[in-house]
Write a new protein. Sequence first.
Length: 634
Amino acid sequence: MKKYIYLALVVCSATMFTACDDMLDTDPRVTDATSATFPGKIADVEALNTATYSIMNTMGGGDADTQHPWYWWEIMSDNCYGSGGLQDNKVKAMHHLVTMNSNQYEQPFVLLYGGINRANTLLETIDNIDWTGNEAKHDQLLGEGFFMRGFYTLLLTQMYGDVPLITSTVITDEMRQQVSAEEVIYPQILSDFTSAIRLMGTEKSSGHANRFVAEAFAARAYMFWAGFYKGVKELATGNVAIPLVEQAGCDGGNMDKETVKMYLVDVITAGGYKLLEDFRSLWQYSNSYVYDETQQALATGQGHAYRFIADMKRENCFDQPGMGNGNDEELFGIQFMNASRWGINGDTDNGGTYSTARMYCNYLSCFWALRVNGTNGNRDKTYPFTQGWGQGTPSCNIWDDWTMAEQDGGYTDIRKLGSLIDGFSDGKEIEYDFVKDCCEASGLGVKKYNGVTTDAMTGDTPWWHQAGGEDFKGTLDNPMQGEHFEDFYLMRYADVLLMMTELTGDAQYMNQVQKRAGVPETPYSLKAVQDERRWEFAFEGIRFNDMRRWSGKDGGESCYAAKALQAQNGKQIAVKGPARRPMTHMTCSWAKRYAETNGFLAKPQSQITLMNGALIQNPGWDGSPETQYVDLYN
């Protein structure tokens, strides 16, 4: 099994950087003592590039309810409830589209501007050294700088809407003013992706972007801009052009649907990516240790069997060559390594930063792991899934909607039980023994990123330690929290195929995804694409922004997203034990909260104050009672 890592961080060292005043300077810059000499060699630029990527580890490896945008978007969608325990108020506030305090949504705001600043530093200093004989490497690194700036800016504006657009480390008063996402920020994002496409090569490198990655994200960004801001809800029959900015690698002009289709064709025909044969190969529950235990248990009647993977080919198990982390379907993702500790910036007891403590492990696996009584040592009930915080449990809606689709179509979609842990149906996989402080629990679990253990491990120790020995033994002295190393996918080839069908109306690309899932191939319709995207990418952070672009800005309470969210109302949930009660909104309704906010988060008040009027709060976040957290369960 390959071990994928981000080597960080020469440029994060406190000896090289100094803190700054507000969110536009949240990631420290080169100090006067080093700016004259850094970068001095190619390795310095490579280190700065690695540090730029490492922001993803901080967001993906810290507390998920504090700084994980893709987790947030699942919680805000109709795929998940807030759930967790009585004390887990942040995630429940997020699910109800309210806030528990004026700075609840600050951490990604800060981190993303830090990543943008690192990218700008690379773009501005890369030519301080001589690249003679290394021109291709220069262009690749320059292209990665543009890509990461565009990538972080895309996340920032999808979360917070109109914000300051920072394209330089020298920040003028004009640059501090928030600008229109529709008219200013998205043209810059797509210009950055265009520069990346023109500058980067096609070589696949562990954890880094290449031309194909930039092409795929250009499509994702364009489709959101066209759908959400321009109201082109069905891209197969609509088209709109966005102006580009002249900069290195981008000659200006416009980007339209035809350009985006050309990019996706390049990924499909030249990228060398492919769908894995078995959908289950993408996820760690299909590792060969669980598979072998299952085969032995079925043959001998002793031990535990996970029957869902019993019919797999062993060579398709997650940890086999070409499967799992770094597989041929993964274009881009967050990758992790064995380097976590309780305080990346020092011991938490002595001023260390707790929120970044586990940035090198996939801590989301602990958040989505089962909130059940006792430990996972009782594997008769939960094998092979581990115990954790039980936040963000899947909604009844996704199970019910998916089951209805299967019944209407007369098929079984392997992705349903490939994505969801079934804890309540007649053929349930686990015995969901609700704990006394559980809230908004459906009896389901997220399977894709859930922590996984084996009979050979003790307690809740994840399978990674068995697979890699000391290489994957966590450094936190807490295996349940620190030994999770499954990649978090940010772009899969399946997304390229489904985007291509949505842009062209040609079902052949969608049909490839359906065929793998055991779903009958269907002709193109917008609804078919909408359903396929929901099923294929459940719990991968994609659903919420898909809902938004199919709704359009200011779509009101009858738009696609508002209606889907409101359908949660009245679903039966467990609270403080197995007894059920209907789900209700905290303050008004999901439809109203979505319509008022358009799905944007509240900008942090601390940053609004720091910006002294240059940053304006988003609509729907005026501090009124409807925007504030209400404790429904104590």
